[in-house]
Design a protein around this ligand. Structure first.
Ligand code: ZN
Length: 285
């Protein structure tokens, strides 16, 4: 799914929309030292103030998925991952105080038009064989259980280190159409790097899944607490096992071209409340 030609093409293709989004995101420019940046668009993150309280409040999405709540008794903040498929308009979260009292907080999702890429590929490469389709369905069910991981929040600073040096494409959100058939939008960041380049943990985290999957190839998932997960795909080797605890900068794998790709690169995904969001919101520069 992550063809090298796509990676190269999107770097220049998306420079303009990315610049526009940055200009429109006034809150990000007011608070440039806060990660993730506030970007209330599909694929972005809403930082919602919950105010002061002695204990950490619990917050959930409208779909009843638990949210990451950070801060201290002076000020708590809910970080809400907004799905790429979210409709612009008003959304709400539910906040429950220690005494059980519930309140709702509304926020507005602004529209964001991501670029579309239409590709013509050989017939037969778009449709999966029955055996591949069955494998993919099994893997999707397993991945859903991985994505539902929610452990106690344990980090306050969520600024991420880039997991591999290299040219970062801004292809997050790119809508892809193969031979006229829409595919899921691109839900991560592609970083160009040679096979064998070490992949480093961007934050402290615990390994919650490793595997070799049909589309994603060699894959590692990390749990950073509070439903903040990161995913690394197309790896040529995996150097960790489930349960390992990693510090920032510790090696977890090596870049490769496994799964459905034509060239080596890292596909990096960042997930909040079971929603893939733009990794660029978590890194400086
Ligand atoms: Zn990718």
């Amino acid at each position: 799914m992550h063809r090298r030609s796509l990676l190269l093409a999107t770097t220049s293709l998306l420079a303009l929309p990315a610049a526009r989004a940055g200009a429109a995101s006034t809150s990000a420019s007011k608070a440039p030292d806060v990660w993730p940046h506030d970007a209330r668009v599909p694929g972005g993150v809403a930082r919602l103030s919950l105010g002061p309280s002695a204990a950490r409040p619990a917050a959930r999405t409208e779909g009843d998925v638990p949210l990451l709540v950070l801060g201290d008794a002076i000020e708590w903040t809910a970080l809400v991952g907004i799905p790429l498929a979210a409709a612009p308009g008003t959304s709400r979260i539910t906040v429950r105080a220690e005494d059980g009292a519930e309140r709702q907080i509304a926020y507005t999702v602004a529209p964001k038009r991501y670029s579309e890429q239409r590709l013509k590929v050989a017939p037969g490469t778009v449709d999966l064989s029955p055996a591949d389709q069955a494998r993919y369905e099994r893997e999707r069910a397993h991945q859903a259980t991985v994505m539902a991981t929610f452990t106690d929040p344990r980090l306050q600073d969520l600024q991420m280190r880039v997991p591999v040096p290299g040219r970062r494409s801004s292809s997050f959100g790119l809508r892809r159409v193969f031979n006229g058939q829409s595919r899921n939008p691109h839900s991560g960041m592609d970083i160009a790097a040679a096979t064998g380049t070490p992949v480093l943990a961007p934050l402290p985290g615990r390994v919650i899944d490793t595997g070799d999957y049909f589309f994603n190839g060699g894959t590692v998932w990390l749990d950073h607490g509070g439903g903040l997960l990161t995913m690394y795909c197309h790896l040529s080797r995996v150097d960790v096992k489930v349960g390992d605890a990693l510090k920032t900068g510790e090696r977890l794998a090596a870049v490769g071209a496994t799964g459905r790709v034509t060239g080596p690169h890292l596909h990096w995904g960042v997930m909040l409340n079971r929603t893939m969001v733009d990794p660029a919101l978590f890194i400086a520069g």
